[in-house]
Design a protein around this ligand. Structure first.
Ligand code: ADP
Length: 375
C-alpha cells in the first residue's frame, strides 16, 4: 500500500518532532509546518491524506483552527482534519458532540494533549479508514468563528491563565511523548533512549525557567518583589554579564563605556537579570558569527545602556507587542522562549526608576535600550 502523507500544523517544534517521530514509526509520511498561513501551499505540494492541526489559544479563541479546518474541507472534502488541542473545554464539547462550530467546521476528530501514542494512532487510522461520507461536511449556515474581531468577553487574567496552562502543558506533552518513545526502545536502541532522556531533561529545564519567570511576573504585578536598591557600578555589572555569555575564546560581544566607574542606583542582581535577558535574546535571535555591541552613555541624570545585534529583528507590525507577556514574534516560532523575559525586564527597570524600550528593529537587527538613574 502507498505510504500515506499526514500534514501536521504545529508551532511548537519539540512537540512536532515527537508527533512526526510517532507518525514515521507508524509508517506514515509526516509533513510538518509551523504556521497556519502555510497550509494552502503545503496542501498543494504534499497532497496529504489527512491534516492534524494544533488548537490556537490566542486572544480570539480557536478561530484560526476552526476557520482553517473549514477552508481545507471546502477546498478538498476528501481530506479529513483532526484537531490536536490541550483545551479541555473544546475536547469535552467535541466528545459530547455539543460543539456546533466543530461540526460546522468539519473536524473529523480530536486528539487531546498530552496524548497516549496508541490512542493517537487509533484515532488517526479510524479517521483514515472511514468513508469520506462519514466525515462531517462544512455547514455554511453556522457562523464558525463569531469571536473574530470582537473584544473578548473574558477578563484579561483568564486569558493569561489559559496561556500559562497551555505553556506548561506543551513541555509535559513532549516529555510524555518522548518517554513513551524511549520506553519502546529500551534494550533495543540505546541512542534513541538517550535522545528521549535528553529531550525530556531539556523540557524539564524549560518548565523550570518558565515557572521562575511566572513567579517573577506575578510578584512584580502584585508589587511584592523585594529589591535591594543601592549604588551599583554598572560598567562592572555589564562586563561580568557579558563574560558569562561569551562562549570559549570567541569574543563576539563588544563593550564601550565612558572611562571609569559608572554608578547607578538599582539592584545589581535585577540589573544582571535584565542584561541576561537582553544578551541572551541578542545571541538567540542572530547568527552565531554576527557581532553584538553593548554601549553605556551618560545622558543627563541617567545612564543609557544599549544592546545592538544584527539578527532577525521583529516585523514592523509586531513592534508594539514585544513587551506584552507571552508575546513571541512570528519570526521566533522555531526558537525556544517563553515570551516573558522582556515583559519582566521592563517591569524590573521601572521598579528601579528606569526604563526599557526597543529603540529600533528591522531585518538588519535590533537595538534595545535601558536607562537607569545615575547615583
Ligand atoms: P523569549 O523568551 O521568547 O525570547 P522575550 O520576552 O525575551 O521572550 O522576547 C519576546 C519576543 O521578542 C521574542 O520571542 C522574540 O520574538 C522577540 N525578540 C526579543 N529580542 C529580540 C532580538 N534581539 N531580536 C529579534 N527578536 C527579538
Amino acid at each position: 500500500m502507498a505510504i500515506q502523507t499526514v500534514l501536521l500544523v504545529e508551532d511548537d517544534t519539540r512537540l512536532s518532532e515527537v508527533v512526526s517521530s510517532v507518525l514515521t514509526l507508524a509508517g506514515y509520511h509526516a509533513v510538518v509546518i509551523s504556521e497556519h498561513a502555510l497550509i494552502p501551499r503545503a496542501m498543494a505540494t504534499s497532497r496529504p491524506r489527512c491534516v492534524i492541526m494544533d488548537g490556537e489559544l490566542n486572544a480570539s479563541g480557536h478561530n484560526l483552527s476552526w476557520s482553517d479546518a473549514a477552508a481545507i474541507r471546502r477546498v478538498d472534502p476528501k481530506v479529513p482534519v483532526l484537531m490536536m488541542t490541550a483545551d479541555r473545554a473544546a475536547l469535552a464539547e467535541a466528545e459530547a458532540r455539543r460543539s456546533t462550530r466543530s461540526r460546522a467546521a468539519g473536524f473529523a476528530g480530536f486528539i487531546g494533549k498530552p496524548f497516549e501514542v496508541q490512542t493517537f494512532l487509533a484515532t488517526l487510522s479510524r479517521v483514515l479508514e472511514a468513508p469520506v461520507s462519514a466525515h462531517p461536511s462544512v455547514d455554511d449556515r453556522v457562523v464558525i468563528f463569531p469571536d473574530i474581531g470582537r473584544p473578548r468577553a473574558d477578563p484579561p487574567d483568564v486569558h493569561l491563565f489559559d496561556t500559562v496552562v497551555h505553556e506548561l502543558r506543551q513541555p509535559l506533552t513532549v516529555i510524555r511523548g518522548q518517554l513513551q518513545l524511549g520506553r519502546r526502545h529500551v534494550g533495543r536502541d540505546p541512542a534513541r533512549v538517550q535522545t528521549a532522556i535528553d529531550v525530556s531533561i531539556a523540557q524539564v529545564d524549560r518548565m523550570t525557567r518558565l515557572l521562575g519567570d511566572l513567579l517573577d511576573s506575578a510578584r512584580l504585578a502584585a508589587n511584592v518583589l523585594d529589591l535591594r536598591i543601592g549604588p551599583v557600578d554598572l560598567a562592572t555589572v555589564v562586563a561580568t554579564a557579558i563574560a558569562s555569555h561569551e562562549a570559549g575564546d570567541a569574543h563576539r560581544i563588544s563593550f564601550r563605556w565612558p572611562h571609569g566607574p559608572v554608578v547607578v542606583i538599582g539592584d545589581a542582581d535585577r540589573i544582571t537579570q535584565i542584561l541576561d535577558n537582553l544578551l541572551s535574546n541578542a545571541i538567540k535571535y542572530s547568527e552565531p558569527e554576527l557581532p553584538i555591541e553593548v554601549t553605556l552613555t551618560l545622558q543627563g541624570v541617567e545612564v543609557e545602556l544599549r544592546v545592538a545585534d544584527h539578527g532577525i529583528g521583529i516585523p514592523a507590525d509586531e513592534l508594539a507587542r514585544v513587551f506584552t507577556p507571552f508575546y513571541r514574534a512570528s519570526t521566533a516560532v522555531s526558537i525556544a522562549g517563553t515570551g516573558l523575559g522582556l515583559h519582566i525586564s521592563r517591569r524590573l527597570a521601572e521598579r528601579q526608576g528606569g526604563r526599557l524600550w526597543l529603540e529600533a528593529s528591522s531585518g538588519a537587527g535590533s537595538v534595545f535600550a535601558l536607562a537607569l538613574p545615575i547615583a
